[in-house]
Design a protein around this ligand. Structure first.
Ligand SMILES: Nc1nc2c(ncn2[C@@H]2O[C@H](COP(=O)(O)OP(=O)(O)O)[C@@H](O)[C@H]2O)c(=O)[nH]1
Ligand SMILES: [Mg+2]
Length: 447
């Protein structure tokens, strides 16, 4: 998701050699300047950043190593707001209450559900409150999203006053011993007094621990301006940039903290519920330098993958008992990890790959759909025991799934091979083989 920025830093860094002179530093800084401006970073910020790097290098010595270090440190400073919260911070007195605000269509409702789901995976008890009574069907939208993702919702179809709904939701969250309450609110096309008064009232009544402003990254510098205006009246504690996947430039994320003195806390990188990422300055800088972010990757997988379940699966694989039900289970957990593209970006040296990767859609790809159709045409016994599948059964499954027998055979062969591979790698020595294979691949990735 930071591909454009990562590329521009790489090009600049590559202009530097081990020990170098002022001329090449100037070249590198020029390259950096051009690409940052092109990425839509505010010109004042670019200027200040380059000046800091130049001064630091003139003191410490010009060279590739120092350049890289200085760039990293200055970027981390740029993204950090001194004394402000980072990540998601729980209140010492639950429920941690979050008020979501922003313009209409910025992504508040989607982000509310994404955040609720993110916290649910961290085993928190989360309640969402529907306080957008402006837009028709807003409550219905939230209802559907919450029920699809098994998230508790507080809604009141009779009450007309969002302030009262928010207050009652807070009561319910307290009484129900919820860890977190997230309040979704109404937006407008532009900032107006009535909306601000409504939000201010809600804020006064429920005294939230966090006021998150959801801004659409695709509006570029306007996202920062509107956040600033909201902040004057609402005192925002964090910004969430939505639709970052649609913003090929990405520079808004770099300028926000220093332009507003409000930290960027999360970014939305797609329409699906899993497409929300924590924004931690030092981790993001590692990603920008293409050094990956194994911390976030490990957290993500730990949240999603149940250890007991994983052990059970490994033992099944070892015994050669991996069946079609297990296959479907695995598919479901992969879906929860979010987009393949964003996962690739967290692996050191892989950010280049991620831009080339056509994003695999685990729900909608034709291949996955056929596989699911085939599995649903199987009997319970067949799903548990792939060895049962003889020719007549295959024929029946093919016609049940609306596929040719050739296709069914191809899939079954794939499944068999995958199970064999998994078995091979599941032993102690297998893990070693896999690691060797991976490290060899890493060495071959051009830097
Ligand atoms: N591609 C993409 N679309 C998003 C993202 N966040 C929200 N959207 C879409 O933006 C539209 C408006 O979102 P919604 O949550 O209803 O906005 P609200 O009016 O602020 O509540 C919906 O179609 C969402 O699917 C994101 O991170 N990426
Ligand atoms: Mg909404």
């Amino acid at each position: 998701m930071f591909e454009a920025l990562t590329d521009s830093f790489k090009t600049a860094i590559n202009k530097m050699r081990f020990a170098d002179d002022e001329k090449s530093l100037k070249k590198a800084l020029d390259t950096l300047k051009k690409s940052l401006l092109k990425a839509d970073v505010h010109h004042k910020i670019v200027k200040a950043l380059l000046l800091d790097i130049e001064q630091e290098l003139k003191e410490k010595g010009i060279g590739k190593e120092n350049f890289l270090l200085s760039l990293k440190n200055n970027l981390t400073d740029l993204l950090t707001v001194e004394g402000a919260k980072q990540g998601f911070v729980y209140s010492s007195k639950p429920p941690t209450t979050v008020l979501m605000c922003g313009l209409q269509g910025s992504g508040k409702t989607t982000t509310t559900v994404k955040l609720a789901s993110y916290l649910k995976h961290k085993k928190k008890k989360v309640l969402v409150a529907a306080c957008d009574l402006q837009r028709l069907a807003a409550v219905e939208q939230l209802k559907q999203l919450c029920s699809q993702n098994e998230i508790d919702l507080f809604a009141d179809e009779v009450e007309q006053n969002p302030v009262i709904i928010a207050e009652n939701a807070r009561k319910k969250a307290q009484e129900g011993l919820y860890d977190v309450l997230i309040v979704d609110t109404a937006g407008r096309l532009a900032i107006d007094e009535e909306l601000m008064a409504e939000l201010a009232d809600i804020k006064k009544k429920i005294s939230p621990d966090e006021v998150f402003y959801v801004a659409d990254s695709m509006t570029g510098q306007d996202a920062i301006r509107s956040a600033g205006t909201f902040n004057e009246q609402m005192e925002i504690s964090g910004v969430i940039l939505s639709k970052y996947d649609g913003d090929s430039k990405g520079g808004v994320a770099l300028g926000l903290a220093s332009q507003l003195h409000i930290p960027l806390r999360f970014i939305g990188i797609g329409e699906k519920v899993a497409d929300l990422e924590l924004f931690m300055p030092d981790r993001v800088v590692n990603r920008l330098m293409d050094e990956g972010d194994l911390e976030t990757l490990a957290e993500k997988t730990a949240d999603i993958i149940d250890e007991k379940q994983a052990r059970k699966m490994t033992s099944k694989i070892k015994k050669g008992q991996f069946n079609f039900n297990d296959f479907l289970d695995q598919l479901e957990s992969m879906k929860k990890l979010g987009s393949m593209k964003s996962l690739m970006g967290m692996i050191p040296g892989m950010s280049g790959m991620s831009s080339k990767l056509k994003d695999m859609d685990l729900e909608n790809s034709a291949e996955i759909k056929s596989i699911k159709a085939m599995i649903s045409s199987m009997t319970k016994k067949e799903r548990e025991n792939p060895a049962l599948l003889n020719n007549s059964r295959k024929k029946r499954i093919a016609s049940g799934a609306g596929l040719s027998q050739l296709e069914v055979n191809r899939f079954l062969k794939q499944f068999k091979n995958a199970a064999k591979m998994a078995k091979k790698f599941s032993g102690k020595k297998g893990m070693q083989d896999l690691q060797n294979m991976m490290s060899q691949q890493n060495m071959n990735i051009p830097r």
